[in-house]
Design a protein around this ligand. Structure first.
Ligand code: ADP
Length: 669
């Protein structure tokens, strides 16, 4: 056994060792701090050198001014915009993107729907040889070709429907020094599947004719995005094969993660990123609990449409083709002229409906979410989601079809409990389907945080409260209700589900709701639970799903997929937490009235702001302007509405028997 003296000596030596280690730790920490600060410096410098230039109104102009008008091509670009497109004022980020692509930089441009992305490659195309445009749908390509033809610009497409003679002519033009057309449109499938086309593109590049490659809806390349298309993955080959041709990727919706992934897939790690602000001040965002019955929901929606938007244009997004028909019939019965528009209609019939909507013969178009990719009606006063969107990206894009004319418009979403499970069984087979839907549910379930802040933080945009300026239901008229402790209800719901598992009975969301209300075989005996209004019980169930206290369990039958509920992975933690949920207090009627009032006030605010902006001439003008009558003439042509496009592939995902309409093995319609 060690003597006391030995122990004292050992203590001395341990203490000395410890203080020596502590000194080393302090040194290392200090070094880590220095390295961290150096790391930040290097990152800033790399960002600066790559010229990643993100726009926000507070940014001002960064070191390199991409909106300068003294580039070598600036005066030709200005003339082209004016003479060919009738454009004398550019919108946010258009000039920056055009200058960057004309400088041969690879660019990713993120701009909201209707922001004017197409112009960013169409105008530069007229200053060079050939621009190859990769676009996801033939219908979108056709829309663009018609618009360009109206402007007297020669463009072509190569698709599976092109005749042998057309293909021959286009192939000749691709290598000709004096090519007639400046833009060639193809679908991504042409790149991935046609070796013959790729060989010709190689020749076009070698002849020095391939000035630029524009890739529309570029987020489709990323599996993290909402619209992943496998054929977009192959587009990385374009940079490998044609390293000196700049790429311009365009999208309306891309989170930071999707943008990074897209850059990687396209082999353009050093591309510049231009982001125009996502905020559209003229849109009022609102979410409303959907009445349980179909008739109740129609009545509520008709009341809002008739009182706020009488004889004005709107879109009502529905869950499926069948649902479009039902909603449209019901609205007509309520005296609102409407028609449905979906994939199961004949082309001609669909075209007629679209035309009569454009000409204001009907007010409301009831469409599946596929409708409207490329749509260009500027005076849409409301976009109502009668069904949940499948992701925030989709919702932002769909609701963004309102108010393109800058005048006030409403984006209203009816949040229905049953719709959650209809949608989850649809998206569960998609790579990130359930994750995306969860984000959408968080948007709907929220009643305390500004709607815009939820939307824009999703896209990684910085957010300040002034950006909303009370133009969403939460900021203007919060109906958040009180945060109520719901642990007791959660525990009871989990115990009902545990009983159901024991008795080999499966419960859907609707059945669980019934049990909570004291009905059915597994009914609760808890008096407080039974007394909870159905709307509140629904909120508790969604809260539990979002917190993983519950989970969905999908079962396949020959005809459909069913979502059952089970205790979730965190159910055992319930006893340790005090779960709180904001439960709504107001009735349907009160909430409709307050929405009407809020929107009316909002309209006044926007009109006032628009008046002030006009008075101070905030828009950026290009230097030389044509006479106003000239500009009007060309602008009329430019905005001629020829769009009649539809994304059938997406639309059909909402039907029980999916039809994927492809007109050949290598093109999407
Ligand atoms: P996006 O592809 O971003 O959804 P588009 O390119 O289809 O939008 O443009 C939407 C509409 O805006 C089109 O009618 C287009 O002609 C018009 N547009 C684009 N840029 C301008 C501009 N600077 N001035 C006026 N109209 C513009």
């Amino acid at each position: 056994m060690a003597s006391l003296q030995d122990l004292k000596e050992e203590l001395g030596s341990v203490t000395a060792s410890m203080s020596s280690i502590q000194k080393k730790v302090d040194d290392l920490l200090e070094r880590q701090e220095r390295l961290q600060s150096r790391k930040e410096q290097i990152e800033t410098e790399i960002k600066r050198r790559e010229n990643v230039y993100e726009f926000s109104s507070s940014d001002g102009i960064s070191a390199k001014s991409w909106d300068a008008t003294d580039f070598a091509w600036s005066s030709t670009l200005t003339d082209t915009l004016r003479e060919k497109f009738g454009i004398v004022e550019l919108r946010a980020m258009q000039l920056e993107a055009m200058n960057a692509t004309l400088s041969k930089r690879d660019v990713i441009l993120i701009m909201p729907t209707g922001g004017g992305k197409s112009l960013c490659y169409q105008a530069p195309a007229l200053l060079g040889n050939m621009t190859l445009v990769v676009s996801p749908l033939i219908s979108l390509i056709e829309d663009q070709l018609i618009s360009l033809k109206n402007l007297g610009i020669c463009a072509a497409k190569l698709t599976s429907t092109s005749t042998k003679d057309e293909v021959k002519l286009i192939h000749q033009q691709m290598v000709s020094r004096t090519s007639e057309f400046k833009l060639l449109y193809v679908t991504p499938e042409k790149i991935s599947k046609s070796k013959r086309f790729m060989a010709q593109l190689e020749k076009c590049y070698k002849a020095g004719n391939l000035s630029r490659i524009a890739i529309d809806e570029v987020h489709c390349a990323s599996q993290w995005g909402n619209d992943f298309r496998p054929d977009y993955k192959i587009l990385g080959i374009l940079k490998t094969q044609f390293p000196n041709t700049p790429i311009l990727g365009l999208t309306a919706t891309s989170t930071e993660k999707v943008t990074l992934d897209t850059k990687k897939i396209l082999n353009i790690p050093f591309s510049m990123l231009f982001k125009s602000k996502l905020n559209r001040e003229n849109l009022f965002y609102s979410v409303k609990t959907k009445p349980h019955s179909f008739d109740g929901a129609i009545e509520d929606m008709s009341g809002i449409v008739k009182s706020l938007f009488s004889k004005q244009s709107g879109i009502v997004y529905c869950f499926s083709c069948k649902n479009c028909e039902e909603v449209s019939t019901a609205l007509n019965k309520q005296g609102i002229r409407s028609a449905s528009y979906h994939a199961k209609m004949e082309d001609l019939q669909r075209h007629r409906v679209h035309k009569s909507w454009l000409e204001n013969e009907i007010e409301v178009i009831c469409a599946t979410v596929a409708f409207g990719m490329g749509i260009n009606k500027s005076d849409v006063r409301f976009v109502i989601h009668f069904a949940l969107s499948k992701s925030i990206e989709n919702y932002y894009q769909e609701s963004g079809r309102a108010g393109r004319d800058g005048r006030p418009a409403m984006c209203l979403l009816y949040y229905g409990f049953a719709d959650i499970f209809k949608q989850s069984t649809m998206v569960m087979t998609e790579h990130t389907g359930l994750h995306n839907l969860r984000k959408m549910l968080e948007y709907c379930q929220n009643s305390t945080r500004c709607r815009r802040s939820v939307l824009f933080s999703h896209f990684g945009n910085e957010w300040t409260q002034e950006l909303c300026n009370r133009s969403c239901d939460v900021c203007r008229d919060s109906d958040a209700g009180n945060a109520v402790s719901v642990s007791r209800y959660c525990t009871e719901l989990v115990s009902i589900l545990q009983k159901s598992t024991k008795s080999n009975e499966r419960l859907t969301g609707a059945k669980l709701l019934e049990a909570a209300a004291g009905r059915g075989k597994l009914k609760t005996s808890d008096a407080e639970m039974k007394a909870l209004p159905s709307e509140s019980a629904q909120r508790v169930i969604v809260f539990m799903l979002l917190k993983d206290y519950l989970k969905e369990d999908f079962h396949f039958t020959p005809y459909s997929t069913i979502s059952y509920l089970l205790p979730g992975p965190r159910a055992s933690l319930l006893s340790k937490s005090d779960a709180k949920v904001h439960l709504p207090e107001t009735s349907m009627e009160i909430s409709s009235n307050s929405l009407r009032l809020s929107f009316a006030e909002f309209c006044e605010t926007v009109s006032e702001a628009n008046g002030k902006a006009r008075a101070s001439g905030v828009k950026r003008s290009l230097s030389a302007c044509p006479s106003s009558s000239d500009a009007k003439k060309i602008k009329g042509r430019h905005s001629a509405d020829n769009s009649d496009s539809i994304d059938l592939t997406r639309e059909c995902q909402n039907e029980s028997s999916p039809i994927v309409v492809e007109d050949s093995d290598d093109d999407f319609v």
